[in-house]
Design a protein around this ligand. Structure first.
Ligand code: GLN
Length: 600
């Protein structure tokens, strides 16, 4: 096993995760099997308890692991399936060591950060790196390890120490350290400044880690003299210094690395030069260019609670993007704060109320993502009502599905106090109820997490067709509440259709409104399994329906489907594409680019 460690210096938010994932893509393109580990030096044992507002979304894995959103990047870029142990946190390591101490495994020794915590970190890395994640047997060839945080943080000290020891343990030729840093340009002089990187490399060396490669983030490519200066002061060979300058979207980065021969440098450091082949990144390059050249917009409202931080819905955004690119449309996301749609806001802040409704009424499709807690729920219900009544394509995910059912019960069944017992335990018409798989009395560990089967019960439903007429699908879950099985019959009689259920038939997994052009809710989170070249079927349905092309994606024999499954080589303009249904010919985006997405 070979290891590539990616560290970050100067400031956070440099795109270390994307850099590490792109290195993985490049190595994979060289014919190597790649896995990855993300180290988060915080004390939480996992990301499950962390607020998306502070930390971005919680990513969910097949095994139910609630992990850092960077693992989502790895899964999407490398098309792999990671396990909860691929995310190491300080909390997990300490819990592991303390549990061993309680068992008496340390034989009377004083248990210390060095060597016990540092040994545990190294053992964890070696054990997890060997887990196959790409569907093939046996361990991968290379494990990319990303160390969260910035060099010099107090929290990461035990990890730095452990990784320093680890590099000696695995030996030269098996370990490559890539340090991601920042080269700012000062406006006054317009000069690329190397000092922050010099300092950060000095810090790294002081901690016992020697960088093999510098990946420098900057607005433009590094000038040759700047590289020379860095090489001289940081003691890194000139050809091992790469620039990651700003690009229109993150899919360009593997190619950017390849063009600077990063694969040759890494394979030389890792003693793999004799076995790697010339990487082909055609698919990535064409997708990146295609994405940058899409002009016909599709406007989607994301009606959520954390709309001021797009990372809170990162996988949803990526899944929308994958689907929009598959349909050759430029994704324009309108963030609609759910609270602002509520009557209360009309009184308290009429301008916000008006603005939110104006946004919602200008879109081609509506997405209500998952969520916890009652803030904004009434607004989400109103968004579902608007989409249902105005026949605007709608996709509800988890809580989004639940609000769609509540809204239907209220408006169509006239059960005006219909609600989820999560928000109103005493409701007379509980159409969403707590249905733990295990204990009813213990809240802890009652979340239904990870991959579960959804079996299609309505074969000619839109969702079954979008999923290619499969009998069942495995998607990832993260919820406690579900549609009340006692109300299913009534809801169905009134026109709702439960297109997929779990293996017991008691848990509703997909709901549809057959009389609507596209109105689907899923109890699971399809966004977690969406990939750049393989858009998630329900997202594809939403986007296609939003631009009036649903039939072509539901009919597998159509040319369009072919187009979707094969990433194009040079299709920059979709001659056949219609304008978005609201008639917008060009985009009104004004907040610029954000991770490959146009957002407002
Ligand atoms: N709060 C809801 C539940 O627990 C929905 C969860 C979600 O959207 N992920 O069932």
């Amino acid at each position: 096993m070979k290891y590539v460690l990616v560290t970050g210096g100067v400031v956070s938010g440099l795109g270390k995760g994307v850099t590490a994932s792109s290195i993985g893509v490049l190595l994979k393109a060289c014919g190597l099997r790649v896995t990855s580990i993300k180290i988060d030096p915080y004390l939480n044992t996992d990301a499950g308890t962390m607020s998306p507002f502070e930390h971005g979304e919680v990513f969910v894995l097949d095994d139910g692991g609630e992990v850092d959103l960077d693992l989502g990047n790895y899964e999407r870029f490398l098309d792999i399936k990671l396990t909860r142990d691929n995310n190491i946190t300080t909390g997990k390591i300490y819990q592991h060591v303390i549990a061993k101490e309680r068992k008496g495994d340390y034989l009377g020794k004083t248990v210390q950060v060095v060597p016990h915590i540092t040994d545990a970190i190294q053992e964890w890395i070696e054990r997890v790196a060997a887990i196959p994640v790409d569907g093939e047997d046996g361990p991968a060839d290379v494990c990319v390890i990303e160390l969260g945080g910035t060099i010099g943080d107090i929290e990461s000290a035990p990890f730095i120490e452990a990784l320093g020891q680890f590099s000696y343990r695995v030996g030269q030729g098996n370990f490559c350290l890539v340090h991601v840093s920042l080269v700012p340009v000062l406006n006054v002089v317009g000069e690329q400044k190397t000092k922050p990187t010099q300092h950060s490399v000095r810090g790294l060396r002081g901690l016992g880690l020697i960088p093999d490669i510098l990946a420098c983030r900057s607005t433009k490519a590094l000038e040759e003299n700047v590289k020379e200066k860095l090489a001289q002061f940081c003691h890194v060979p000139l050809e091992n210094i790469f620039t990651l300058y700003d690009v229109p979207n993150i899919w360009h980065i593997p190619r950017l690395l390849k063009d600077q021969k990063a694969h040759l440098v890494i394979s030389k450091v890792l003693n793999l030069a004799s076995i790697v082949k010339e990487p082909s990144l055609e698919e990535w390059t064409s997708r990146a260019e295609l994405c940058a050249n899409l002009h016909v917009p599709v406007r989607i409202a994301v009606v959520g609670k954390y709309t001021s931080l797009s990372d809170a819905y990162l996988s949803v955004l990526k899944a929308l993007l994958h689907a929009a690119v598959a349909c050759r449309k430029k994704l324009v996301v309108d963030w609609v704060p759910a609270c602002d749609l509520e009557k209360e806001t009309e009184k308290e802040n009429p301008n916000a109320y008006k603005a939110a409704w104006k946004l919602l009424k200008g879109v081609d499709g509506v997405l209500v993502p998952g969520g916890f807690g009652d803030r904004g729920v009434e607004g989400k219900i109103l968004a579902a009502k608007y989409a249902r009544e105005s026949k605007i394509p709608f996709l509800g995910i988890c809580l989004g599905m639940q609000v769609a059912v509540i809204e239907f019960a209220r408006s169509v069944l006239c059960l005006h106090d219909a609600n989820s017992t999560e928000f109103k335990p005493e409701t007379k018409h509980p159409c969403i109820v707590f249905m733990p798989e295990g204990s009813r009395t213990h809240m802890g560990g009652t979340m239904r997490l990870g991959s579960r089967k959804s079996i299609f019960s309505v074969k000619d439903s839109k969702s079954a067709k979008l999923y290619g007429n499969k009998t069942f699908v495995d998607e990832r879950h993260r919820h406690r509440y579900e549609v009340n099985p006692d109300m299913v019959e009534r809801l169905e009689k009134a026109g709702l259709s439960f297109a997929a259920k779990d293996e017991t038939g008691k848990r509703m997994e997909i709901v549809e409104l057959p009389s609507h052009p596209f109105f689907i809710g899923a109890q699971f989170h399809p966004e977690y399994k969406s990939r750049p070249g393989k858009a998630s079927p329900l997202f594809l349905g939403l986007i296609a329906a939003s631009c009036g092309e649903l039939d072509s994606v539901m009919n597998p024999s159509s040319a369009h489907q072919h187009l979707i499954s094969n990433c194009p080589k040079n299709v920059f303009v979709n001659g056949n594409s219609k304008k978005a249904s609201n008639g917008l010919a060009d985009v009104r985006h004004n907040n610029g680019y954000c991770n490959g997405l146009y957002t407002r």
